[in-house]
Design a protein around this ligand. Structure first.
Ligand code: CA
Length: 402
């Protein structure tokens, strides 16, 4: 076969293997793909009988692809996020559960070194303390995402891990999970489940749905092995001095607490920072008008669990509230409202008009957009927090429409 003919055959195979957007009626390429997956799972030691049962009649689920591709209409602000994640009801229920499961949580703490208030905070944010563990069939959801082109390599690995877990008897074959395959009360992805779940009640299975000893120990083991410090907290809300240099904010800047103290940063009640030799970063997740936090190593470990800064702040704040602390001291700014994608696009367009480079107008305020905002703010002599807000949009409108 000459080279052009070979290329045409390859192109034809590729076209069969990846039918365009035909999720309601999977083309014949799906069966071939599934055979190939089966071969790979067998090579990894999954038993044929397990594969027969798990893959029988499985087909891509249209809804899963829709959820994977959705673009939220509004971006969350710190306050809208905390308003959903750290509610009065959740704090109250979390405190009850902290007491009710106190002995078990203490036992887990001795073994893995994670404080009970944090374990209960993760549990509350993930599944409202085990209440919502997902409604999608695990294998079908992962088959869908592994077969879809968008993130096929990542989800193929998750699917193979899930089949291994089913084969071992850890996970029931017909189990329900989140649309992305997050499982059980701590919502572990299959590879996390495979690598970090613990059979703490000793019944031979790592059961993250029905065994609280397994749930708490698995979450604690994952955190411990991701670098958690059981003798430290996550961070704290702080007070900044007048004229503080906002370029010092962000996770890329790390300084010893003593250095932050020297720069005038204080606890929120005005007292000195703790005199301990640890590094911290200063973050402003709600912009300069919102609360400032000094965050420690456990905050970064929380980002291993979920890379969202707002999630990590919510876990820390909920843990504080479970331990009896009050709400954040900094009030919600008057102009705090979630920006729509359309408004973020407008911010990006107006920044570009002014000669800044927001990295395109896609409606998502990523690192380049934030840098472009900082550049604009500096030039306009505004506090350069790089934070997209309605106030910023108004200022941009005023500047570009002069
Ligand atoms: Ca168990």
């Amino acid at each position: 076969m000459n080279r052009i003919a070979a290329a045409l055959v390859l192109a034809a195979v590729a076209a069969i293997a990846w039918p365009a957007q035909s999720w309601s009626a999977p083309a014949e390429g799906f069966d071939r793909w599934l055979d190939d997956l089966r071969t790979e799972a067998l090579a990894r030691g999954v038993r044929p009988a397990t594969l027969d049962e798990a893959l029988a009649g499985v087909a891509p689920v249209t809804r899963v692809v829709e959820l994977d591709r959705r673009q939220p209409e509004f971006t969350q602000t710190l306050w809208t996020y905390l308003g959903n994640a750290v509610t009065a009801r959740r704090i109250e229920r979390g405190r009850e559960l902290l007491t009710r499961h106190g002995d078990l949580l203490a036992e887990v703490q001795v073994r893995f070194g994670v404080q009970p208030r944090f374990l209960v905070a993760f549990w509350g944010l993930e599944t409202n303390f085990g209440e919502y563990t997902g409604s999608f069939p695990l294998v079908a959801a992962l088959v869908t995402l592994a077969y879809d082109e968008r993130r096929s390599a990542f989800f193929r690995e998750q699917l193979l891990a899930a089949l291994t877990l089913i084969d071992r008897g850890d996970v029931p074959v017909r189990v329900k999970a989140s649309w992305a395959g997050a499982m059980g009360q701590p919502q572990f992805l299959p590879t996390t489940y495979r690598d970090f779940a613990v059979d703490f009640d000793g019944d031979g299975r790592r059961d993250l749905w029905k065994s609280l000893p397994d749930v708490f120990a698995s979450a604690a083991n994952y955190l411990d092995r991701s670098g958690w410090h059981g003798d430290r907290t996550w961070g704290r809300e702080v007070r900044l001095p007048e004229g503080f240099d906002l370029d010092l904010s962000g996770l890329s800047v790390k300084k010893p607490l003593a250095e932050w103290q020297r720069l005038g940063v204080r606890r929120i009640d005005g007292r000195d920072l703790p005199r301990v030799a640890i590094d911290a970063s200063l973050i402003l997740p709600g912009g300069y008008a919102g609360p400032a936090f000094l965050v420690y190593a456990n905050f970064r470990t929380t980002l291993v669990w979920n890379r969202s800064i707002l999630y990590a702040v919510a876990v820390g704040h909920l843990a504080d509230r479970l331990a009896g602390a009050g709400p954040l001291a900094t009030p919600r700014p008057a102009k705090d409202a979630p920006l729509s994608r359309r408004e973020v696009v407008e911010i990006q367009r107006r920044l570009a008009t002014l000669g800044h480079d927001p990295g395109g107008a896609d409606g998502v305020a990523g690192a380049r957009t934030r840098q472009a905002i900082k550049d604009f703010q500096r030039r306009a002599r505004l506090p350069a927090d790089g934070f997209p807000s309605l106030g910023l949009l108004e200022r941009l409108r005023a500047t570009t429409e002069k």
